[in-house]
Design a protein around this ligand. Structure first.
Ligand code: 5GP
Length: 195
């Protein structure tokens, strides 16, 4: 039995993390993407339990207090968190587990699980990033400004990541991510430590 890897993907809103992860799942066998919980409202087309587990502020706080989160953070004025239960069992089952989370959450997970691999997705430029966020049409001008300010802060943390992938072209960037995953392989669990 081999344990899977934990791969954390971060990057500014609009860098295209979601699209790249979707393509990776379609291409690399054994990849499993964690569904986060959030207090932000669903965007048109998003479904509860699929894109996110959408929670009220009260319910999110209850789950923090119950110790249900592996990590959580406030991003763009909303709370986001990774639910502990499935992540741990999927790694034990040998899956390549992907968390699409912000750098605050990435640092929390890396402290708990130093074997986690950190990948930062970059957009080609700030102008392109703003264009992509606006094209999505889900945010007000004020929300776009908050996301761009967060992007500037997040970019300062690029140096703490193991890999940086520029999403200049979706096909090329997906290839690069797939190569990173394939290079990780699985980790043998010594006899006597199998679940
Ligand atoms: P969005 O609102 O665009 O779906 O996500 C906004 C930001 O929240 C993204 O940077 C995303 O990586 C981050 N995020 C999503 N889920 C989680 C999570 O479970 N934990 C943390 N720390 N950040 C998350």
């Amino acid at each position: 039995m081999r344990r899977g890897n934990l791969i954390i993907i971060s990057g500014p809103s609009g860098a295209g993390k979601g699209t790249l992860v979707e393509r990776l799942v379609a291409r690399v066998p054994g990849v499993w993407v964690s569904v986060s919980a959030t207090t932000r409202s669903p965007r048109p087309g998003e479904t509860d339990g699929d894109d996110y587990v959408f929670l009220s502020e009260t319910e999110f706080v209850r789950r923090i207090e119950a110790g249900e989160f592996l990590e959580w953070a406030t991003v763009h004025n909303n709370r986001y968190g990774t639910l502990r239960s499935t992540v741990e069992s999927m790694i034990a089952e040998g899956r390549q587990v992907i968390l699409e989370i912000d750098p605050q959450g990435a640092a929390q997970v890396k402290a708990l699980m130093p074997e986690a691999v950190l990948v930062f997705i970059l957009a080609p430029s700030m102008e392109e990033l703003e264009k992509r966020i606006r094209r999505r049409g889900a945010e007000t001008d004020e929300q776009v400004a908050v996301r761009l300010a967060t992007a500037v802060r997040e970019l300062e943390l690029v140096g703490t990541y193991d890999y940086v992938v520029e999403n200049d072209d979706v096909l090329r960037a997906t290839d690069e991510l797939a190569e990173i995953l394939e290079s990780l392989g699985g980790k043998d669990i010594p006899d006597g430590h199998q679940a």
